[in-house]
Design a protein around this ligand. Structure first.
Ligand code: MTE
Length: 347
């Protein structure tokens, strides 16, 4: 984001209109299809998905490779479909699976939009553990299976707005971050939550690169009330299936009213703090990337105006521009958290 010009999609990445399906078409066409993409590069089929068949959106058919661990399959066999009403759902046209999984920002795999999908073949997201530390009664290093065990998965269809002024609509699979946080019993000193991404030099060429601009690990943070907001989602899948590596397998954050860079991927550490944490983009260029990073059409980035956004996918002949809304359209749910805060200064 720092050194690139507004990202234009290369012609090779453009999805034909025919692939672009709305949610109803997906329901009709997708329910019986075998599922693709997966944790750890394994592409499973969840043939016995029951409730999952009522999901609003399914990944299109892809090849099937070895199955992931049985506990993953069990979790994904029972996903609560998105409701039909906001804020956990939007009727806007879904961004096709192909674009969601091939047009990515994940600098650990490289800086081009196609790098994460092209360069993540060696990445293994299983086994995986997450360190819980800081101001909590129950710190420790937990296997991902134990982190996820008590949480029922649900589908949520959110807008994702990147600070680079493109946006998507994505059917995520996850559970409220608040429910996870409560289990570790934060102390009264826990005012912020800090997240860190894995550093995997062997599987992440962006980390080995001499041109890397990030001081790894990638770090992000939220105020405690933001972390506890019902919209904030711990995500383990999209389009009814496991997260592919390029989208942050096995577990990432989604904070839909903030610019995408707050939604940190492949999380290995969650740390509870009394003081505001350092965060990757804010550390790199504080005058361009604020800690809050709330979507705000009135506060422009030096390289990207923020009052309009380009909804993906686009074709050679049509670019869909739309007005960007304050808090990415989720103001009713989140604006009260920022009452009295000057959003022009605290961007
Ligand atoms: N997380 C890590 N670890 N590394 C990254 O480079 N990029 C961020 C965010 N999370 C990033 C990250 C940015 S800039 C955006 S816009 C979103 O991921 C993109 O998520 P997506 O690729 O799933 O659309």
């Amino acid at each position: 984001m720092l050194i690139k010009k507004p990202a234009d999609i290369k012609p090779s990445e453009i999805t034909p209109e025919s692939v672009y399906r709305n949610r109803r078409e997906f329901m009709a066409a997708g329910t019986r299809l075998m599922l693709g993409a997966a944790v750890a590069g394994a592409l499973p089929s969840i043939a016995n998905a029951q409730d999952g068949d009522r999901l609003k959106a399914r990944a299109p058919t892809t090849m099937s490779r070895s199955a992931p661990a049985p506990w993953w399959q069990e979790k994904f066999a029972d996903i609560k479909p998105a409701p039909d009403s906001a804020p956990f759902y939007t009727g806007e046209t879904l961004t096709p699976y192909r674009d969601v999984t091939r047009y990515n920002n994940f600098y650990e795999f490289g800086m081009d939009k196609s790098d994460p999908s092209s360069n993540s073949g060696e990445f293994k997201a299983d086994p995986w553990s997450v360190e819980i530390s800081g101001e909590v009664a129950k710190p420790g290093t937990y296997h991902l299976e134990d982190i996820l065990k008590p949480h029922a998965l649900e589908e949520r269809i959110y807008r994702l707005r990147c600070v680079e002024a493109w946006s998507m609509v994505i059917p995520w699979i996850g559970f409220p971050l608040a429910d996870l946080i409560k289990r570790f019993e934060p102390t009264s000193k826990a005012k912020y939550v800090e997240f860190e991404t894995i550093i995997d030099r062997d599987a992440m060429p962006g980390i080995r690169s001499r041109f890397a601009i990030v001081d790894w690990p990638y770090r992000e943070g939220l105020r405690m009330d933001e972390a506890m907001n019902p919209l904030t989602l711990m995500v383990v899948g999209l389009y009814g299936n496991y997260l592919p590596p390029q989208n942050g397998a096995p577990m990432r954050l989604i904070v839909p009213w903030k610019y995408g860079f707050k939604s940190i991927k492949s999380i290995v550490r969650i740390n509870f703090r009394e003081t505001k944490p350092h965060t990757t983009w804010n550390d790199l260029q504080a005058n361009e990337y604020g800690f809050y990073a709330n979507v705000n059409p009135a506060v422009h980035h030096p390289r990207w105006r923020q009052d309009k956004e380009r909804r993906l996918p686009q074709t050679l002949f049509s670019r869909q521009y739309m007005d960007t809304r304050l808090f990415n359209g989720y103001g009713e749910q989140v604006a009260s958290m920022y009452e009295g805060l000057d959003l022009m200064r605290n961007f």
